[in-house]
Design a protein around this ligand. Structure first.
Ligand SMILES: [Zn+2]
Length: 345
């Protein structure tokens, strides 16, 4: 097909054609490699690996064949090695014209569903590959240079696809990969040999930062919640006392009490929750009040005694529990008395 750009074109005019040698050789490399691939697939997978489609261009080759499952890295490597060993053997690639029946007798692979004339062209590589083919080929397998599978995928049920490159296509791919690695190294500010270690480090950093962020968000949420608790604080002398019932178990009480005692000066709190017929109690005391002689352990112990239980902990944060839910208000009152005795002015 062509387009007349100037002058005129008519039947009977002499025409000079030029073949683009580089493009044609690139196509020939991919086509001869396709025959080697077909042969290798039949060796590695078995004769059921029949060609069901193929596309050859100057850039790449694509080969579809019957196989029920994914090939997997091991078999792909085996196929790739087999093709490359045939390339290195530098076997002659020859074409012969013969009758279709002679070709069948010689064991040439014909495509199911294709119609062939009486005289066919058989492409042979060494003594192992013989296919009916009209395409353009290398003269020897060594001209392929190198064969590299780039992708294996599924096209339909029971049909797999292999894509590959040869010759300069392999070189181009290699350069592209090396350029990508070099860019990665620049981005991560490291050398090739440290790339894996460096990216593992970065992933670790990201994980630990995400964890910190999550903790910080939880802390902020607790802070917001403790702000509400402070609204109900009672002033006793120069200190503030928070007596509150809240949702949650001992862990939630402990973290709320801890936030209150850390974020505020001259603060004492006794937080309670009632779950499954039991009272959980946590007392928190800011450091300055601990220094003034107030102990969370004493406070929670006295309060717990009122609800029929006990507990323990440190002077700044202590925890207890007891079974008598109905006496919780009395326990709060006991705590109020203790704080007044210690700090009331
Ligand atoms: Zn062919």
């Amino acid at each position: 097909m062509g387009r007349v750009e100037a002058g005129r074109f008519a039947a009977g005019l002499p025409v000079v054609c030029h073949v683009d040698k580089e493009t044609r050789m690139a196509i020939a490399r991919n086509h001869t490699a396709t025959h080697l691939l077909h042969h290798a697939l039949r060796q590695v997978l078995s004769e059921h690996a029949k060609q069901s489609g193929s596309h050859v261009s100057a850039e790449r080759l694509r080969f579809d064949f019957a196989n029920p499952t994914e090939l997997g890295a091991d078999r792909l490597r085996q196929i790739e090695d087999m093709v490359n060993s045939k390339v290195l053997d530098d076997e002659p690639v020859t074409s012969t014209r013969m009758s279709l029946s002679e070709a069948r007798e010689a064991g040439a692979i014909a495509l199911f569903g294709e119609t062939y004339g009486d005289i066919v062209r058989v492409m042979s590589i060494g003594d192992y590959s013989r296919e009916l083919c009209g395409g353009t080929h290398c003269e020897r397998t060594g001209q392929i240079g190198l064969f590299r599978i780039t992708r294996e995928s599924s096209v339909a049920g029971g049909v797999r696809r292999i894509e590959a490159v040869t010759g300069l296509g392999v070189l181009e791919r290699l350069r592209h990969r090396e350029e990508q690695i070099a860019r990665l190294c620049r981005t991560l500010n490291t050398q090739d040999e440290d790339l894996l270690r460096r990216s593992a480090e970065l992933l670790d950093d990201i994980r630990s930062l995400q964890k910190q962020l999550q903790q910080e968000r939880q802390r902020a949420a607790r802070r917001a919640a403790s702000g509400g608790l402070l609204d109900g604080a009672e002033q006793i002398g120069r200190a503030r006392l928070v007596l509150a019932t809240m949702e949650g178990g001992p862990a939630e009480l402990r973290s709320a009490a801890d936030v209150l005692r850390r974020d505020n000066e001259r603060l004492v709190c006794l937080l309670a929750s009632t779950e499954q017929g039991k009272v959980a109690l946590v007392a928190g005391v800011s450091d300055d009040l601990v220094s003034a002689g107030l102990s969370a352990r004493t406070l929670v112990g006295e309060a717990a005694a009122i609800v029929g239980g006990g507990g323990g902990g440190r002077d700044d944060l202590a925890q207890a529990g007891g079974p008598e839910v109905a006496r919780l208000e009395d326990a709060f009152e006991r705590a109020r008395q203790i704080v007044r005795q210690k700090l009331g002015e």
